[in-house]
Design a protein. Sequence first.
Length: 186
Amino acid sequence: MAHYDLKTEQLKEMASRLRAGDTVTLTGMVYTARDAAHKRIVAAMDAGESLPFDLDGAAIYYAGPTPAKPGQVIGSVGPTTSGRMDPFAPRLLDAGLSCMIGKGVRSQAVQDAMARNGGVYMVAIGGAGAAKAASIKNVEVIAYDELGCESVKRLTVENFTAIVSQDCVGGNLYREGVEAYKKQGD
């Protein structure tokens, strides 16, 4: 397991090199989108419409930030359950998405799409949304404002840390962790 300090612009090149268990500290642009926004993004793709942001090399954080209090850039911004995006994620990965950040295990279809495209799935610690907010330096709603906290936002992040949970060569901390735990009981 290794640690990487990456600019988000490096994700397209580096995602296929990251392995389950690696830690990554990101600096740059990350987009928030949850299931309602994913549904709209895929509908726009189907209709041949322009997308809210360029998927090529992008990172999506599955989060619905709370409103900022006075003096804050953003409110709490913890990860949401990634499995809700599984029906949409393979399509986005096939269109160039490099990185997804959330919590929870992903489906085999998402794992297959990461393998096809050299993508990576990272987890952020659930329940630590207030701490995650400290690494966000700017936030801008860029699409679907009517969705409120689920709108698509462009975050400027600095030293945003996540753990690679599933990689493009089949590494999966959820599976490997359970196997290691079972072996300890033998």
